[in-house]
Design a protein around this ligand. Structure first.
Ligand SMILES: Nc1ncnc2c1ncn2[C@@H]1O[C@H](COP(=O)(O)OP(=O)(O)OP(=O)(O)O)[C@@H](O)[C@H]1O
Ligand SMILES: O=P(O)(O)OC[C@H]1O[C@H](OP(=O)(O)OP(=O)(O)O)[C@H](O)[C@@H]1O
Length: 216
């Protein structure tokens, strides 16, 4: 891909990273060999292409992009829904598919003002508000499935993929809130000012994910 505009891409460390990297390579980006999941380097430049990568926490990707220190970012739709940052969502990359669901113990019975543990307090609050159910959301940063087992919460709102974590902890999925995939996002000003460079990347990625007609 002939790329002249200097661009910075925020890449999420962790689960999405490998698949996102493969997509970028398939889209023709000359990805440097030191851009690997286990690298400790936090910035990596693509020689000759004026592209640099920032290695950041998945939850922080929209922050870097909103503030314009990254022009582009790859992030799960769950994070976009939770963070509500002012960024431009360009493309559904269709990687890291999963869903956000409400789950609980099989013998769960309705109680007044139930406690709901979640890594996604905004998504959980929004969902229960839409359902006109009053709940108390407890924010956790991980191991959310533990909460109903030890009496911290009556239900959880969390990612479900294979369903293994729920199953191994004796929980059941009660309601699906939404399907999730990873998205390509852009800083709003960058999208206007660096449109040519960004469009070249979007075109390449859209071609790979088979989505020419679906770009936003
Ligand atoms: N079990 C899963 N299967 C598939 N995709 C998942 C799964 N869990 C999360 N994801 C997707 O991958 C993204 C990144 O998840 P990952 O676990 O790498 O980061 P994280 O949730 O921020 O973890 P940590 O808090 O450990 O840094 C999530 O935002 C979501 O879109
Ligand atoms: O349906 P499954 O395939 O089992 O995947 C779902 C699990 O994966 C994620 O957890 P993660 O591994 O990121 O750990 P965490 O609990 O620390 O967030 C998510 O929060 C679920 O716990």
């Amino acid at each position: 891909m002939a790329e002249r505009t200097p661009l910075t891409i925020a890449m999420p460390k962790g689960r999405i990273f490998g698949e996102a990297l493969e997509l970028l390579k398939a889209a023709g980006l000359n990805v440097p060999t030191d851009l690997t999941e286990d690298s400790r380097k936090l910035t990596v430049e693509v020689p000759g292409e004026k592209i640099s990568f920032l290695m950041v926490k998945p939850m922080d990707v929209p922050t870097y992009v909103e503030h314009g220190v990254a022009d582009l970012g790859v992030v799960g739709k769950d994070v976009l829904m939770e963070e509500e940052r002012d960024v431009h969502e360009l493309l559904d990359l269709k990687i890291s598919p999963c869903r956000i669901s409400v789950a609980g113990m099989p013998d769960w019975t309705p109680v007044a003002n139930p406690k709901v543990a979640s890594k996604y307090p905004r998504i959980a609050n929004r969902w229960f508000m839409e359902q006109r159910q009053q709940v108390q959301v407890i924010h956790l940063n991980g191991s959310v499935e533990l909460a109903p087992l030890i009496g911290l919460a009556d239900r959880i709102v969390d990612i479900v993929s294979s369903g293994r974590t729920l199953q191994e902890n004796g929980l059941i999925e009660l309601e699906e809130i939404t399907q999730i995939t990873s998205r390509l996002i852009a800083n709003r000003a960058s999208y206007r000012l660096k449109n040519e460079g960004i469009d070249a990347i979007v075109e390449g990625l859209a071609h790979v994910v088979g989505q020419e007609g679906e770009k936003r």
